[in-house]
Design a protein around this ligand. Structure first.
Ligand SMILES: [Zn+2]
Length: 250
């Protein structure tokens, strides 16, 4: 018998993605949500990628050493094979390390009435989207984006800084390094460094003399436009002006 062999479930399932940089509290949040479900006497299973070698493969651990039992898996197919009949809540730790089939599995679980909580990194060390995470987030019912504190300046951090031998890692290094002499810290947009990164986007932004076009001055076409407030001559006034400004700047 398979996990979905119970034909009729009354509860409408859901998919919640808990994402953010390293040290943003994703695991704490996952454990909190799973514990709530256990208090509600729901049938819960928690899985973790066996690629996460931070601790015992059958335990998920937060950075402040809270531990929670989990089943180690290396693929979505393995996870599906281990799902219990009548499972009501499924937690997944380090979901970004699994294969993309986990997106489809999460959707099928949610469609079958299971509440799925999937925690994972939304960006890699280059601050680019991590593999299938954008798809998982787009298909989710709820997305919780958590923030850490920047190790350098103390601002809100949304990025993961990879350091190899104490120096910022290079853009062309593999996304997942196992067993390398490396460390990670949470950093804000300003303090995050990637050596040899393509510079197209940051350079264009730096060229601007005025702040990035203020979105609050560009209103949806359907909405009647409020009388324009007094603005400096180079400010954006209309959608057409905005486009011209952007092309001129490109
Ligand atoms: Zn910072």
């Amino acid at each position: 018998m398979r996990w979905n062999s119970v034909a009729i479930r009354r509860h409408s399932g859901s998919l919640t993605v808990i994402c953010g940089s390293m040290f943003s509290g994703k695991t704490e949040e996952l454990i909190r949500l799973v514990r709530r479900s256990m208090h509600a006497r729901k049938k819960v299973q928690v899985f973790k990628s066996s690629l996460d070698t931070r601790c015992d493969t059958t335990v998920i651990r937060t950075h402040d050493d809270t531990r929670f039992n989990a089943i180690a898996i290396s693929s979505a197919a393995e996870m599906e094979a281990l799902l219990d009949i009548g499972v009501q809540v499924v937690g997944i730790e380090e979901v970004q390390f699994l294969d993309e089939a986990v997106v489809d599995l999460c959707m099928r679980l949610a469609d079958s009435g299971v509440d799925v909580f999937a925690a994972g990194l939304d960006q890699d060390f280059r601050a680019t989207p991590f593999s299938f995470m954008p798809r998982l987030m787009a298909l989710a019912d709820n997305v919780m984006k958590l923030h850490a504190i920047c190790k350098v300046c103390g601002e809100e951090a949304s990025r993961t800084q990879r350091l190899v031998n104490g120096k910022p890692a290079s853009w062309d290094e593999p996304t997942i390094l196992i067993g390398a002499d490396e460390s990670y810290e949470a950093r804000c947009r300003k303090c995050h460094i990637v050596r040899n990164a393509p510079t197209s986007v940051p350079t264009r932004r730096k060229k601007r003399q005025t702040p990035y076009p203020a979105n609050d001055k560009v209103e949806p076409a359907s909405k009647p436009r409020a009388p324009a407030p007094a603005m400096p001559s180079d400010a954006v006034e209309t959608d057409a002006d905005l486009q011209l400004t952007m092309f001129a700047d490109a």
